[in-house]
Design a binder for this molecule. Structure first.
Ligand code: SAH
Ligand code: SF4
Ligand code: F3S
Length: 439
């Protein structure tokens, strides 16, 4: 089929969604649609959405009310909601004079072209079944040109942390075959990519459906197959952070020395209520193991402030944990009750003002720590993967260290995108390093 309809996709939420957008892009392209970078010349707009916190959903609702004015034009605009919010809200998203024509959950993207066609015929459509097997293995993601690529290695999540909507929006955990993932890494290298990020809600519970190989096996095979490819991965769960995995990361130079390991809280009582299945002591043990084998490994985390029943004492335990571990960075959130989750049934009893106060205290502390850690980088040498001109100042370039820190530096005339440059750090903020190229 060939048609002149243009599709514009906007992506919200986590990296899994960015990766899914590349899958959807391929599916609609194969069906004959063109993709466009602008809503202004689009016939179809698809929002790939996130439900993880109420704020995320609020943003989408605001965006829909902005899009409404485009729908009144001469040519009809089809509006679709993809992803987690479609899965969570289902029919509700199409009801009450909603401008939304189609809602498609994360496991039904193959139906998008069909539902778009029906929408042009005036029919609203929904596809939100979750699958135990869908991995889109046969669909090659339509990636933008560049040096950095995502590879989804698994879908879904079986952990059921009590605050989290992901197991309900993305269904059961399932892994892709190891051999296919390794082939994909090789192919990406041949196409000019210099860095891949292996994606999953819990990459370290990966299990190959063919060989039963675990995540450490997968990492090792990817690292060996393409020794110059930088290999990253997110997200790891503290419970599944095995010695074997840590040793594998340490053994291979091209597996990046950066681990995102969400702690969520420093209080054992709260961790238990969250169903995280580890204690602070276990978490600290994993950090110590990582640092004993890789002293320079960067670490980041996620924190939730104001979980139900969180006392000042629990909150202090979180602050103490941050002080003791000294993460390089953190993503910090205030607790947001999500329908259907276990925690939703608990009383959301930390007052909003107090949640915000605790969150700000956490942010202030972490920013201070990040700043101090970055200052200790001054005069050190890093190998930076050059990504191209920085957003703020086109004369400067940006890139990332192996430890995933953003470095701003002045390129030489000969510096190329995708090149690894040797940089000495001379300045920093809590979020950025500044460096100069050295020989
Ligand atoms: N699978 C990953 C990421 C899940 S979502 C993991 O387990 O780490 C990313 C982060 O959002 C979580 O780590 C958690 O800190 C935060 N989050 C999830 N649900 C939330 C909620 N209901 N309220 C506030 N933050 C939440
Ligand atoms: Fe959510 Fe927990 Fe699964 Fe992460 S591990 S996606 S926080 S349920
Ligand atoms: Fe959001 Fe769904 Fe990702 S809820 S964080 S887009 S898995």
């Amino acid at each position: 089929m060939d048609n002149k309809f243009k599709i514009y996709i906007e992506t919200y939420g986590c990296q899994m969604n960015l990766s899914d957008t590349e899958i959807v892009s391929r599916i609609v392209k194969n069906a004959g649609y063109e993709l466009t970078d602008s809503l202004n010349n689009a016939n179809v707009v698809l929002l790939n959405t996130c439900s993880v916190r109420e704020n995320a959903e609020r943003k989408i609702k605001e965006r829909l009310s902005q899009i409404k004015k485009y729908k009144n034009g001469d040519s009809p605009l089809v509006v679709g909601i993809l992803g987690c919010m479609a899965e969570r809200l289902r029919n509700k998203i199409l009801e009450n004079n909603s401008i939304v024509d189609l809602a498609v959950g994360p496991d039904e993207y193959r139906k998008v072209p069909d539902l778009i066609q029906k929408a042009f015929a005036g029919e609203k459509g929904i596809a939100v079944k979750l699958s135990r097997v869908e991995t889109y293995d046969d669909i090659e993601p339509l990636r933008k040109e560049g040096i950095s690529a995502w590879i989804s290695i698994m879908r879904g999540c079986d952990k059921f942390c009590t605050y989290c909507v992901v197991p309900y929006t993305r269904g059961r955990e399932r892994s892709r075959k190891l051999a296919l993932i390794v082939d994909e890494v090789k192919k990406l290298w041949d196409e000019g990519f210099k860095e891949v990020t292996l994606l999953g809600q819990n990459v370290n519970s990966y299990k190959c459906p063919e060989t039963n190989s675990d995540f450490a096996d997968l990492l090792r095979q990817c690292a060996k197959a393409v020794p110059n490819m930088r290999i990253r991965f997110i997200t790891s769960h503290p419970q599944d952070m095995s010695d074997k995995l840590i040793e594998t990361i340490a053994e291979h130079d091209n597996i990046c020395k950066y681990i995102h390991l969400p702690i969520q809280s420093g209080s054992d009582r709260i961790l238990q209520l969250m169903n995280r299945n580890y204690t602070y002591e276990h978490f600290l043990g994993r950090i110590n193991k990582i640092r004993s084998l890789m002293p320079d490994c960067a670490l980041s985390t996620d924190i939730i402030a104001g979980f139900p029943t969180e006392t000042l004492e629990d909150h202090q335990a979180t602050l103490r944990a941050l002080e003791e571990i000294r993460f390089d960075g953190a993503y910090m959130f205030k607790y947001s009750p999500r329908e259907h989750t276990k925690a939703y049934k608990m009383e959301d009893d930390v007052p909003e003002k107090e949640k915000i106060r605790r969150l700000n205290e956490i942010i202030d502390l972490q920013n201070r720590i990040s700043k101090e850690i970055n200052q200790s980088e001054h005069n050190k040498i890093h190998y930076v993967l050059a990504e191209g001109p920085s957003k703020k100042d086109k004369k400067q370039w940006s890139g990332r260290t192996d430890t995933n820190k953003v470095v701003i530096f002045k390129p030489k005339e000969t510096t190329k995108v995708g090149e690894i440059v040797k940089v000495r750090i001379f300045d920093s903020t809590s979020a950025t390093l500044f460096g100069e190229i050295v020989q």
